[in-house]
Design a protein. Structure first.
Length: 363
């Protein structure tokens, strides 16, 4: 396959709420250092307003101008948002990340969980990736064309709808099998097919059908409830896990914490043409503004974006940059430079500077 001439990638940077304005710039600093060290073209960052600051400045948590700008970009870094704290008229709308996932059909949410050496993790050997279907399932806010699938026919009755479609399940299953092929070739489907037979049972059946194309990948499956126990007991036994939207959201918070802290859990939301890097955690309003938040999750998410761009645009220097970031994070954490959630004393900005310096020192 001919290799395209490497080009400059234009990436959006959307700070978000709570700890977002602290951790997202930390990620930009580290990614810039990695790209320079790997010899890739410098990244062209495009700042765009989102969240509470955008409500103040533009009257919308996701201004139309930000959305239009994103259409033209190769990908972006999205900070967390605290939509529960928005004024009532903005709370009623789909939150910015849910909206972006649906609008751009970012169907695959990839959430790795990997412990660092020497960092106290509940399950030390954990090294797995959750592949979460991101566009339908039991998240009613994403399962309809207009409006949401959650409604109240009377004041005392609430109904939520789950949607499961063959094309969406086939594409997420393929994504998961392809990922498993690049790892330990073991895929686990998580469902609740004994009770939710037509919906999650359908999800399981289609994953098995797609599995016929991947005889080299070992396939097994667990009920969602049993899976939580298996993860706590023997997380190291799992490689890639594929599941529907809500199960994946819940399970990935669990695996992030099992690996040491929610603050280290990266995540990428991707379609075949676009990707949005976004930490798996929320806006952590309890620690916002103190320069103590752990930026690892958003840094790792950014590295996943570089790797995705590198694969998509056949640019090995970007993949190298992503590898440098992961290695420098491990070196920095193992050397004892850690934020308070990992029982360290480093500030957010000091930690990011240490990671960037580690990368640059290897030049
Ligand atoms: P959301 O609903 O948006 O996921 P949440 O309030 O349920 O938000 P988080 O904002 O992720 O959850 O916070 C959960 C806990 O994890 C909080 O105690 C928070 O301080 C902590 N936490 C989350 N992210 C980080 C981080 N990057 N560094 C340190 N602690 C974090």
């Amino acid at each position: 396959m001919p290799t395209a001439e490497p080009r400059t990638h234009r990436l959006g940077v959307l700070l978000g709420d709570g700890i977002g304005p602290e951790i997202v710039p930390a990620a930009v600093e580290v990614l810039d250092a990695a790209v320079a060290t790997a010899g890739a073209k410098p990244l062209d960052w495009v700042p765009l307003p989102v969240g509470a600051a955008a409500i103040e400045s533009h009257g919308s948590a996701l201004p139309p101008a930000s959305l239009e700008a994103l259409e033209e970009l190769d990908g972006w870094l999205l900070g967390p948002h605290d939509s529960a704290a928005y004024p009532a008229e903005h709370r009623a709308q789909l939150n910015p990340s849910g909206f972006l996932r649906k609008h751009f059909e970012l169907f695959a949410n990839i959430r790795p969980a990997k412990a660092f050496e020497g960092v106290q993790a509940i399950t030390p050997g954990i090294d797995l990736v959750i592949v979460r279907e991101n566009t339908e399932g039991f998240y009613a806010d994403r399962s309809t064309y207009r409006g949401t699938g959650e409604y109240m026919p009377t004041a005392d009755v609430a109904i939520a709808m789950g949607i499961f479609t063959r094309p969406a399940i086939e594409r997420i299953a393929r994504e998961a099998f392809e990922l498993a092929r690049t790892r330990r070739r073991h895929l686990t489907v998580v469902h609740k097919a004994n009770v939710l037979r037509m919906t999650t049972g359908f999800f399981l059946d289609i994953c098995r059908e797609v599995g016929a194309e991947y005889p080299d990948v070992e396939l097994d499956d667990f009920h969602i409830d049993a899976m939580t126990a298996h993860l706590v007991r023997r997380a190291a036994a799992f490689d890639v896990i594929v599941t529907e939207n809500m199960f994946g959201d819940i399970l990935s918070d669990l695996t992030g914490e099992l690996a040491g802290s929610l603050g280290i859990a990266g995540s990428l939301n991707a379609s075949h043409t676009r990707a949005m890097a976004q930490a798996a955690h929320g806006s952590a309003p309890d620690i916002a503004g103190q320069n103590v938040a752990n930026p690892i999750a958003v840094i790792r998410s950014g590295a996943m974006l570089l790797s995705w761009l590198g694969t998509r645009h056949a640019d090995p220097a970007l993949q190298q940059a992503a590898t440098l970031v992961e290695a420098a994070l491990a070196t920095t954490v193992e050397s004892g430079t850690r934020t308070p959630d990992l029982r360290g004393t480093a500030t957010t900005s000091d930690f990011a500077a240490a990671v960037a310096a580690t990368i640059t020192a290897g030049r």
